[in-house]
Design a protein around this ligand. Structure first.
Ligand code: SAJ
Length: 448
């Protein structure tokens, strides 16, 4: 490989970068590299997405990318295509940023990575570097991606072309931790390729780009980031259920424990959603099982978190019971469908599970979801605003910690409602029980 030539192209920003997968992470990454002057060829299998991008319109509204996207498209810095044959041969660097979901069985679904590798391999030439960003288990790059690239291209990795793993660390919708403000990890087949890839990313990363020992170390570092987070949240959820039985409010306990310098704050809630935490752990646990190790702790955390939406349903049933009402035909307004506060992202959203449980008991459900411009979400009417809440409701069920749902005027809301007892279920423990109990029957995670 002629890495000197590639490094020169990075230096004078004439390197062409092809980004495979223009989703929540790939599209912002493409815009970011284009904004600093690189020519980007975005590749995706979704024709509608491609047309939207080439017209300067972001297909993912909640990323708020339209203005930046329109500009780089108008400058000719970013074009999108479905055609690998037209894009791969022109690229110096090829980034794979495709989904790595799990199947119903919770097994990793590597089909997106395998298909992308196959299509890249068909048109891969010499002196190009392929960089995988998607979250995987240690070994996928060298045991899955590289063999497919070599087989399709009839070329040899580390000789004719290079491969590296640079885990994505992009947080969709996060204005604080933008791509620029988060350090990155690079693992590659050899030091020279790692240095070249580091030079490329250092153009868009204002923080350190750290070269680690090898590709597997880089793959492992990414997958444990989210496993650690998932497990810590599971611990808080488990503590909420323990302290509920002791009539201790877990939120008071967390607040007290937080006064210790190295206590890391996580909070119990209605469940753990998104495209990362509910899925990434299974990539490592599957590999662990294959190697004869049973990852009990990781799987126990997943089980606790996956149970939380059902726990919320049971909490609501207990609360209705206290009001001497049944779930059947009760009017329930759910505050928030998104999996995470202040975003409009429904992927693996806990709300969907709670709604399934409620629907089985024939409850009547409307949703207040201001971040998603859809009139129907999970089969329920979206009324968008708290002000549109029907006066006839029996239950307010808060599931997503959107800013709009914090500091609500509970007295004003209560006065609009006509039922004698209205239940307020706080699925994110946003409110202190006593401030709500002045107006509603209050139930919350860890409090009945
Ligand atoms: N959640 C809790 N309790 C908590 C924190 C989160 O129940 O204390 C729930 C959220 O409501 C949500 C789910 O967990 O349903 C996931 O929330 P998250 O804050 O982890 O957000 P994600 O899934 O978008 O995680 C991403 C990850 N970023 C990348 O993979 C690049 C994760 O590594 C980040 O730490 C996280 O964003 C973040 O910090 O925002």
């Amino acid at each position: 490989m002629n890495l000197k030539k590639l490094n020169q192209k990075i230096k004078d920003k004439t390197a062409i970068i092809s980004i495979i997968g223009l989703g929540y992470v790939g599209l912002p990454t493409a815009v970011f590299f284009a904004q600093i002057g690189f020519k980007i060829i975005g590749v995706d299998i979704d024709k509608n997405k491609i047309n939207s991008i080439n017209n300067g319109n972001s297909p993912i509204k909640e990323l708020n990318l339209d203005e930046k996207l329109k500009k780089v498209v108008e400058l000719g810095k970013l074009t999108a295509t479905t055609n690998f044959k037209q894009s791969i041969p022109k690229a110096d660097f090829i980034l794979i940023i495709v989904p790595t979901p799990t199947k119903q069985s919770k097994d990793p679904d590597l089909s997106y990575i395998e298909n992308a590798s196959r299509m890249i391999g068909k048109y891969l030439g010499k002196n190009q570097i392929v960089i995988l960003e998607s979250t995987v288990y240690p070994g996928v790059t060298e045991e899955v991606v590289i063999p497919i690239l070599e087989q399709e291209s009839k070329l040899k990795s580390d000789i004719d072309f290079g491969v590296a793993y640079v885990p994505e660390r992009y947080n969709p919708g996060d204005a604080k931790y933008t791509i620029k403000k988060v350090s990155r990890i690079v693992g590659a087949e050899n030091k020279a390729i790692a240095e070249t890839v580091k030079n490329l990313y250092q153009n868009i990363i204002g923080k350190k780009v750290i070269i680690v020992k090898d590709i597997k170390t880089a793959e492992a570092s990414k997958v444990i980031e989210n496993i650690q987070r998932d497990l810590n949240i599971a611990l808080m959820n488990e503590l909420a259920l323990i302290f509920e039985r002791m009539n201790i409010d877990v939120m008071d306990v967390i607040k007290a424990a937080s006064s210790k310098w190295n206590f890391i704050r996580y909070y119990p809630g209605a469940g753990v959603g998104g495209h990362c935490l509910p899925h990434d752990p299974y990539y490592l646990t599957k590999k662990a099982h294959e190697l004869g190790y049973i990852p009990r702790i990781i799987l126990a955390g997943r089980a606790v978190n996956d149970n939380m939406p059902h726990y919320i349903f049971n909490l609501l049933c207990s609360g209705l019971n206290k009001c001497e009402k049944s779930v059947k035909n009760s009017n329930i307004v759910i505050l928030g469908a998104s999996y995470k506060g202040n975003t409009g992202d429904l992927r693996s959203a806990p709300a969907e599970i709670v709604i399934e449980d409620l629907r089985k008991e024939e409850a009547k459900i409307t949703i207040v979801e201001p971040y998603i411009k859809e009139d129907t979400i999970f089969g329920c009417k979206n009324i968008y605003s708290i002000d549109a809440i029907d006066k006839n409701i029996d239950v307010i069920l808060l599931i997503t910690d959107h800013e709009e749902f914090k500091n609500m005027d509970l007295e004003k809301l209560r006065k609009r409602l006509i039922k004698k007892d209205v239940l307020f279920v706080d699925g994110r423990r946003i409110y202190r029980p006593n401030e709500v109990r002045e107006h509603f029957i209050y139930y919350g995670v860890g409090v009945r």
